[in-house]
Design a binder for this molecule. Structure first.
Ligand code: TYD
Length: 209
């Protein structure tokens, strides 16, 4: 790993287990002797101004195909702020960043909302390219079972309906075509989460050495 740090993002449909996997990676790195200050866990949408606006809109928008432009602008504004205030400074400090969702979510979800891929690409010009994107892939039925059995989560939001999630899954699977030069790894997330965590940890460890 260079002194620039390591920027790793986690993507996948809602219910793919990103949160569990990210905490497992954090514990794994600690067990390998990486100091706690060297690892940054972060997520999008953030808890900043635009991130809060996104959550408000998610809670009130009954259909994801409505308000497409508004969703796009908010996710991108949130990301710009996140990059400037959190991601770039942490990279410069040489940290390992574990980020729950990043630009790939915008390319998948907002293009499904009808926004052109090239338009989304333009809006992301100059933003840092992750060193590694891990996409947790699983059948939508399994993701929905995980969402429904997670009592901490509220009701199913506008982006959590089955037919929509099928398209989201396909969108993630198509990402290597959209970003041919970027490091995108798919991990089978349909197996028990402990196994998914093991797989992801070894992937990351391999990249750090
Ligand atoms: P998230 O907080 O990851 O939801 P969850 O914890 O339910 O997985 O993200 C909220 C929703 O926002 C999620 O359905 C995916 C969507 N989203 C986009 O549509 N575009 C984006 O750029 C991002 C970051 C998220």
């Amino acid at each position: 790993m260079g002194s620039r740090g390591f920027f790793c993002v986690f993507e996948g449909v809602d219910g793919s287990g990103k949160g569990t996997v990210i905490s497992a990676v954090k514990n794994f790195l600690a067990a390998k002797g990486v100091s706690e200050e060297k690892v940054l866990l972060t997520a999008e949408p953030t808890s900043g101004f635009y991130g809060k606006k996104v959550r408000e809109l998610l809670a009130t928008s009954p259909r994801p195909d409505l308000n497409a432009k508004q969703f796009l602008d908010l996710y991108v504004a949130d990301r710009k702020e996140h990059v400037e205030k959190v991601i770039l400074p942490a990279l410069l400090e040489g940290k390992i960043i574990l980020c729950d969702r990043y630009k790939y979510s915008t390319f998948v979800y907002q293009s499904l909302q009808g926004i052109e891929v090239e338009k989304i690409r333009e809006l992301h010009a100059g933003m840092p390219v992750p060193d590694l994107a891990i996409i947790l892939d699983l059948p939508v039925e399994t993701a929905l079972e995980r969402i429904n059995s997670d009592s901490k989560r509220g009701g199913v939001d506008a982006f959590e309906r089955k037919d929509f999630l099928e398209k989201v899954r396909r969108g993630f699977l198509d990402l290597p075509k959209v970003f041919p030069g970027e490091k995108i790894s798919f991990v089978d997330a349909s197996v028990p989460l402990a196994k998914v965590c093991e797989k992801v940890c070894s992937l990351i460890y391999g990249q750090l050495h």
